[in-house]
Design a protein around this ligand. Structure first.
Ligand code: KG4
Ligand code: ZN
Length: 344
């Protein structure tokens, strides 16, 4: 059938504080609309109840815009993919209920997507000049909610080799930024100020964690005590040293990450290394990763910027891969706040 030459999938993402919808056609993204929720900046972090309400307001216009920008009619869609979890329950429910109703209304299949798998599989979106990682590869998934080293053997065969025991790396960035009086989310601001700072200005104690696991809560406390002490001595300490402090914090976090990923490469012998998740937008992480190609002979894979932070394009590409395998979900499939990356 000619119609089946082109498979159109609508992806919907609503796991945290971004409402997003995207249309993919045979692996190529036609649209990827993201509505950020400004409201949380005021509170210094995501407020779940407010996130859920904002999703309710955003979901219809965001989906409509995604379909319009893709230049298709909703009747052209072959399936609807949505984030099943992990994430905030109230937020997930908005996206999943909407996806279910629309699939019912259009009489097309529904595809449940694991958000953590989607971050990894964003690497399989068809893009010009973008190499896809070959299997097996290691993916360092770093976001506001997660820090994982994942061994990816095939699209849906993923194994966690190491993960954080407490805070995620994005939280380490955001909480450090908060200590410095920067607004939420502070990760991109630390990245920005670090560019003109000296990374060796200050030393912070790094955590000692066995194996390939991470810990970031001690670092945050260390930074808090350091800043409190310095501000007592000089109330203008932060203003006078902001760029150097940011560069030093960023260097410490980057060293922690690369220490573990280097260990994972040694342990597994796998030298194809990908990064994913919101924190992979960080310019220093990208730079250091690239330098590992020459230094250690790794081949590295970095997703396009817009596919790193939460977005529906990554949900849509997983939808497409599952569609090809006839892996559809029942209407009774429920959203779930906790979902392991190994769970299809
Ligand atoms: O993947 P994401 O959008 O949401 C979650 O699933 O958590 O990641 C958001 C996180 C936030 O903590 C934000 O501060 C961080 O990614 N982030 C960055 C940068 N851009 C986003 N952290 C450091 N440097 C950046 N350039
Ligand atoms: Zn995410």
């Amino acid at each position: 059938m000619i119609r089946d030459k082109f498979i159109y999938i609508l992806g919907i993402e609503s796991s945290c504080d971004d409402t997003s919808a995207a249309v993919i056609c045979n692996g190529k993204i036609l649209s990827n609309v993201v509505a950020n929720q400004e409201i949380h900046a005021k509170y210094g972090g995501v407020v779940p109840e407010l996130a859920s309400r904002a999703h309710q307001q955003n979901i219809v216009p965001v989906v409509q815009q995604a379909i319009q920008q893709a230049n298709i009619d909703k009747k052209d869609l072959n399936a609807i993919a949505f984030t099943r979890g992990p994430g905030l329950m109230g937020s997930l429910l908005v996206g999943s209920s909407f996806a279910k109703s629309l699939s019912f209304g259009l009489n097309i299949p529904l595809i449940a997507v694991n958000h953590m798998q989607a971050h990894v599989l964003a690497h399989f979106i068809e893009e010009e000049n973008q190499q896809k990682p070959p299997f097996p590869f290691l993916c360092l998934t770093i976001s506001g909610g997660h820090t994982q080293i994942v061994k990816v053997t095939s699209y849906f065969n993923m194994e966690i080799l190491g993960e954080t025991l407490d805070d995620a790396v994005g939280e380490a960035f955001d909480k450090s930024a908060k200590i410095l009086g920067l607004p939420y989310p502070g990760g991109p601001l630390i990245d920005k100020y670090a560019k003109s700072g000296d990374p060796d200005s200050f030393e912070f104690t790094k955590p000692r964690v066995e194996g390939l696991n991470f810990s970031f809560s001690g670092l945050k406390t260390g930074i808090l005590y350091f800043i409190q002490k310095k501000v007592k001595e000089n109330p203008d300490f932060i203003d006078e040293n902001l760029h150097d402090i940011c560069a030093s914090i960023q260097r410490t976090i980057v060293e922690i990450l690369f220490d573990k990923i280097t260990k994972a490469v040694k342990q597994t012998g796998i030298q194809h290394i990908a990064i994913a998740g919101g924190v992979s937008a960080n310019s220093e992480i990208r730079k250091v990763l690239k330098s590992m190609e020459e230094k250690h002979g790794w081949t590295t894979y970095v997703p396009k910027f817009e596919y790193t932070t939460d977005n529906a394009a990554m949900i849509a590409v997983v939808g497409y891969l599952k569609y090809l395998e006839n892996d559809f979900s029942r209407e009774s499939t429920s959203a779930t706040a906790r979902l392991k990356v190994s769970h299809r």
